[in-house]
Design a protein around this ligand. Structure first.
Ligand code: ZN
Ligand code: ZN
Length: 243
């Protein structure tokens, strides 16, 4: 059952999307493996219920850069499996501790039907903890993560959480947006959220030149879809979720 824990889908241009279909839908995030010429990028890491690294099709000896879009449990459970770990300085201390108040793992543990299938025999949600994964490098607005043939610019997009980042491949017009924007109920009412900053971030996304957006949850978005969601947020008519 561990072999089939992650669902994989090729998205073109060296991008593979992984997801956790057996996890409660509130905590089933999208994870991405992006192949570059000189290095590969892994963006987000799921709940950490089953090792992620073996589920990736990695080339031995190739440099691997792991980037967390933000601190929440559904994105950082397997972050500790990677040696090179990047994230935003606003959440650097949180990655080193991975306590419930920052990751919200306690919300997952208390969910009826947290998982649809057990990740391993005798597993119970009560035992689940997110392992600390101190950053080896912080990345902030404007910095470039270089894979050789693909470059990703870091966008600091606070609102959902203080340290939320997006990764933008400007030449391909591809954005990985984490939980900042996706098709589905957005979350802006957590202790780490700021609706004021979220509004500024949405305004920025409306003005962004991008074609294809991979969100932290849900299906891939076109620029028009993303901008419509951002406008709905600013008008107060967007779908919202609470956890
Ligand atoms: Zn989140
Ligand atoms: Zn999420």
């Amino acid at each position: 059952m561990r072999d089939q824990w992650y669902e994989r889908q090729g998205m073109g241009d060296g991008i593979t999307r992984l997801s956790e279909p057996h996890v409660h839908r509130s905590f089933a995030a999208n994870l991405f493996h992006v192949r570059g010429r000189d290095a590969d990028l892994v963006i987000d890491f799921g709940m950490g219920l089953v090792p992620l690294r073996p589920a990736l099709d990695l080339e031995e000896g190739k440099r691997l850069i792991a980037v967390a879009t933000h601190i929440h449990a559904d994105h950082v459970g397997g972050f500790h499996e990677f040696e090179t770990r990047l994230g935003h300085p606003a959440e650097a201390q949180d990655f080193a501790r991975m306590v419930d108040q920052d990751t919200l793992a306690h919300v997952f543990r208390s969910l009826p039907g947290a998982v649809e299938q057990l990740p391993c025999l005798n597993w119970s949600p009560d035992s689940h903890r997110i392992r600390p994964a101190p950053l080896t490098q912080t990345v902030d607005e404007g910095e470039i993560i270089d894979l050789g043939d693909k470059q990703f610019r870091v966008l600091h997009l606070p609102g959902h959480s203080h340290g939320s980042i997006g990764l933008l491949d400007e030449s391909a017009g591809v954005l990985f947006s984490g939980d900042v924007i996706y098709i589905g109920g957005l979350v802006d009412n957590l202790p780490c959220s700021s609706q004021v900053l979220y509004r500024q971030t949405m305004q920025r996304l409306i003005e962004l030149d991008v074609q294809c957006i991979h969100g932290g949850h849900g299906a891939v978005m076109s620029s028009e879809q993303m901008k419509a969601i951002a406008r709905q947020y600013l008008q107060g008519t967007s779908a919202k979720a609470t956890i």
